[in-house]
Design a protein around this ligand. Sequence first.
Ligand SMILES: [Zn+2]
Length: 43
Amino acid sequence: MKARFNGICVECGEKIKVGREILKNSKGKWVHKACSDIEEELP
Ligand SMILES: [Zn+2]
């Protein structure tokens, strides 16, 4: 899903800006889509 507010990615430590694609990781934290350790969308 797209970020609805600014935050910090716990995986890479960089900012998550509104509108960026984000996912929850296995710990339930929001991270960049590329940083998540779980896949939400199947091909
Ligand atoms: Zn990240």
